[in-house]
Design a protein around this ligand. Sequence first.
Ligand SMILES: Nc1ncnc2c1ncn2[C@@H]1O[C@H](COP(=O)(O)OP(=O)(O)OP(=O)(O)O)[C@@H](O)[C@H]1O
Ligand SMILES: [Mg+2]
Length: 287
Amino acid sequence: MKTSNPVAENTPQAPLRVRQLSHGFKTPDGSTVTIFDKLDFCVGHGEIVSIVGRSGAGKSTLFNLISGLLTPQSGEISVGRRPDGGPGRIAYMLQKDLMMPWRTVLQNALLGIELYRKVRPDDIARARQMLARYGLGAVADAYPHSLSGGMRQRVALTRTLLVDPTLVLLDEPFSALDYETRLALEDDIIALRAQSGTSVVLVTHDIEEAIAMSDRVILLGGRPARIEDQVLVELTTHGPRNAVSAREAPEFRGYHARVWNGLRGNVTSRDPQDLAQSNTLAGAMHD
Ligand SMILES: Nc1ncnc2c1ncn2[C@@H]1O[C@H](COP(=O)(O)OP(=O)(O)OP(=O)(O)O)[C@@H](O)[C@H]1O
Ligand SMILES: [Mg+2]
């Protein structure tokens, strides 16, 4: 089965549109380090995009800007509406899991909902169901200090997904998980997109994970950070694409080599079709 790419629509309706984004930080000596200088980037409906880049490239900063935790120095970030016309919603799973120690696992999972409306009984039922699905049913009423790092990450993921977002930002969501759980959660994210058309942007240091999960892998690098390469991932899988079938696809190694080389500062083997598409995207940003 050949998977096809939803090409990111660069329209005001796109789930996420970042235009001419610039931001920098003050250093202790008073000078400014520019992290982004007129960055353009958009995410299509139901698209899964991975961002890879060296430590310090600016990946978390980009998420902090998109989510509104940081205010950009200039540029525009817009979140598209739902297909029914309702406002779009971003859910952000931070790199740190940020559990509140005085709240139970269930209460931590419900925190995202609580931030924008009153919790309803059906939310509690959904939260318990999702926690059980992630192997956390037995600890739903326990406090976070008794959980392992991987369990805490799964609570944080539950909290993120429960808010019924149109766009999910995941900053290294699976880094503390064992391989088997990691693959299961990768499948959950892929299924989420299929079921509800949610768009996902994922930061990961794991190239395999980036390729297996994504329609597009973006390589962020340099200072100021720019999109150094953009790989459209098309995989021929046996049956539906999932975390395992994707890794077994014949094209997988080729994509892996390209991203790996890119991370080492060596962007070479560009597929002409991919390049044409990414150029189209970049060009369309300046309409
Ligand atoms: N609040 C801040 N004040 C000053 N500098 C910051 C701040 N936040 C981030 N930076 C700097 O901005 C750069 C980008 O940091 P960021 O955390 O976005 O990188 P990253 O790509 O997420 O790295 P990692 O892969 O290690 O998580 C780094 O040089 C970092 O030191
Ligand atoms: Mg980071």
